[in-house]
Design a protein around this ligand. Sequence first.
Ligand code: FES
Length: 116
Amino acid sequence: RNLDKLLVTFKTAGDTFEVEGTVGDSLLDVVINKDIPLDGFGACEGTLACCTCHVILQQSHFDRLAKPEEEEMDMLDLAPELSDQSRLGCQVILSKEDKPGITVFVPSITRDARTI
Ligand code: FES
């Protein structure tokens, strides 16, 4: 089963969290399963309603993903610190191409779109 595992590194302004992820899981799944202490991350539980799961990906990682759906784009527009490599973590699925590992940047400011 080791074949389906890869290293996922989450970086915030002050912390680095290195955990094992499983192919097929979303970045939000990894944060939840590994109990990564990211305040407010994933508030809508992956239902594309909040944008608190905003992450900034490495260019190579961003480029190999399918383009975001319009719903995700709309939600991303509300995210603070938006960048050209921004995605919503609940929509980014780990794949075999991500091996041996990926690094994901988590902006320090989150906003819950449901409270705007
Ligand atoms: Fe709310 Fe991703 S968890 S949009």
